[in-house]
Design a protein around this ligand. Structure first.
Ligand code: NAP
Ligand code: G3P
Length: 478
């Protein structure tokens, strides 16, 4: 008998009046592991209306009072760590150890968020600084919550990337409507069970489940939503941006992070970094290295080192903590295979891989990839890495910047001056010098530009994006 999970509204767990559910199938068990509610528009509306009401009293608490609830949340998450990790593994096919790390990383993120918020202060200024101004005008500038935040998260970090939105929203006095990825919704239920156990006042957070294609537009366009924090694919993000009302949006979208390898790079170190950065969790990470732009002078050596590294990657079930695991669904695996086939048809060299078992794609390395191949530009979100050989730094920068994406980039070189010079030219939110691309540590700003996003995440940036400044001007008339 499969578990049917309820949605969370006004401090209660409920079945939907729609009497419809969405079946959740494990990508590696290939069997149903549960059902979540496909809630109705009326229930979405009820949640948002309740959030608007509860947000006012929630905002009146002090930041420390709100922080106490979130600290309790972290305690409950740790108490449920193994249970939640098991669910994450079964639901999105992430290695068990990585799933445990995701829960612990989430606890650390929430705690840092509380501490950062508690030590955030406003500012004051007097009129005297401006021409003709006087000391009798004093401006007091504070940050206030936006109201009701719609937090929409992706499948690949179903707990961490959800909490990265929920925690800053709540600590700053907002109410939250949380829409998890459907493939990740059970993980979302579990993390909210922990928040419920922490005693969060009812109405402050609501968990709405159901397919984004069914309730997504209604959520996004609802007049009760004051801000949207979205993480997911570029196509979805662009759609949301097109239909949403005039409200603040923060979007973290797709990526095609390049690794630029200069001729002077430490190739053994570089190869280790690239393999780790390109293939972990079957490359189902927005910040995975998704193309290598290597100077032709050292390309043969690098490819040989990469081949050895890729061939040593563990492949199989997430229950055995394999690096390469079945992709989230068959459609995703079809897409990755399509990109591999296109590249090979157009003359790419298969170094290793191009083997598939259902939705398990074996780690694949393609050499001599050229700009006419789709894999040079499209985001596979799967374990295939294209090697593009370049003749100069300038060519590497040009190819980096011709991408529609601009999330992160890596530069591997021993020349730090060159590294900074190239960083200045690369169109990306972040550039890693001599490291694989990655989001953490989570207090760093996390930024996507172009089709990789808008606005910024990272704890401080998220606190800022979920609040606005309010100015109180004191006029001393003496
Ligand atoms: P997705 O298919 O775009 O879904 C993301 C979220 O949007 C899910 O919760 C989805 O719900 C929801 N959604 C879908 N249509 C919607 C609509 N019309 N209105 C409102 N919400 C809607 O992305 P994914 O497959 O979960 O994640 C993979 C993609 O996300 C990749 O492109 C990856 O690069 C990107 N990503 C980016 C980052 C980053 O930080 N930059 C991090 C992780 C992932 P359903 O699941 O119910 O459809
Ligand atoms: O795709 C999720 C994105 O946030 C990557 O996180 O820590 O694996 O670089 P990380």
């Amino acid at each position: 008998m499969t578990n049917i999970y309820q949605f969370y509204i006004n401090g209660e767990w409920r079945d939907s009046s729609s009497n419809e559910t969405v079946s959740i199938t494990s990508p590696y068990l290939r069997k149903e592991i549960g059902k979540v509610q496909a809630i109705s528009r009326d229930e979405v509306n009820e949640a948002i209306q309740a959030a608007k009401v509860s947000q006012k009293s929630w905002e009146r608490l002090t930041v420390r009072e709100r922080g106490e609830y979130l600290y309790k949340w972290t305690d409950e998450l740790l108490a449920m760590k193994e249970e939640i990790a098991q669910i994450i593994m079964e639901e999105v096919g992430k290695g068990y150890n990585d799933a445990v790390k995701e829960v612990v990383r989430t606890v650390d993120l929430i705690r840092y968020t509380i501490e950062d918020a508690v030590h955030t202060h406003g500012e004051s200024m007097t009129g005297e600084n401006f021409v003709g101004g006087s000391k009798s005008k004093i401006a007091i500038v504070n940050r206030v919550p936006l109201g009701v935040v719609l937090a929409i998260s992706p499948f690949n970090y179903p707990v961490n990337l959800a909490a990265a939105k929920i925690a800053p929203a709540l600590i700053t006095g907002n109410a939250v409507i949380f829409k998890p990825a459907t493939q990740g919704a059970i993980s979302g239920v579990k993390m909210i069970e922990a928040l419920h156990k922490a005693g969060l006042p009812k109405g402050v957070l609501h968990l709405v489940t159901g397919r984004g294609s069914v309730i997504g537009d209604y959520l996004v366009q609802h007049s009760g939503i004051d801000m949207i924090s979205f993480t997911g694919g570029t196509g979805t993000g662009m759609h949301i941006a097109e239909i949403s009302n005039l409200i603040p949006l923060v979007m973290e979208l797709g990526g095609k992070d390049p690794a630029l390898v200069r001729e002077d790079a430490d190739l053994v170190f570089t190869a280790e970094q690239i393999v780790a950065g390109a293939y972990s969790y079957s490359a189902q990470r927005c910040t995975a290295i998704k193309r290598v732009l290597v100077n032709e002078k050292v390309a043969d050596q690098l490819v040989s080192l990469l081949k050895t590294g890729v061939e040593s990657l563990s492949v199989g079930s997430p229950e055995d903590n394999n690096t390469i695991v079945p992709l989230i669904d068959d459609r995703s695996a079809d897409y990755v295979q399509e990109l591999i086939d296109d590249a090979l048809e157009k003359g790419a060299t298969l170094v290793v891989g191009n083997k598939r078992e259902s939705n398990l794609i074996y780690p694949t390395l393609l050499d001599h990839v050229t700009p006419d191949m789709r894999i040079a530009w499209e985001e596979p979100f799967g374990p295939v890495l294209p090697i593009i050989r370049v003749t100069s730094d300038e060519e590497a920068v040009t190819l980096s910047n011709e991408s529609e994406f601009g999330l992160q980039a890596s530069i591997f070189t021993k020349d730090i001056d060159k590294a900074f010079a190239l960083t200045a030219q690369i169109e990306a939110g972040s550039v890693q010098i001599n490291s694989r691309t990655e989001r953490g540590p989570d207090h760093f700003p996390f930024i996507g530009i172009k089709h990789s996003g808008m606005g910024a995440q990272g704890i401080r940036k998220s606190l800022e994006s979920m609040t606005r400044e309010k100015v109180t001007v004191l006029n001393i008339n003496n």
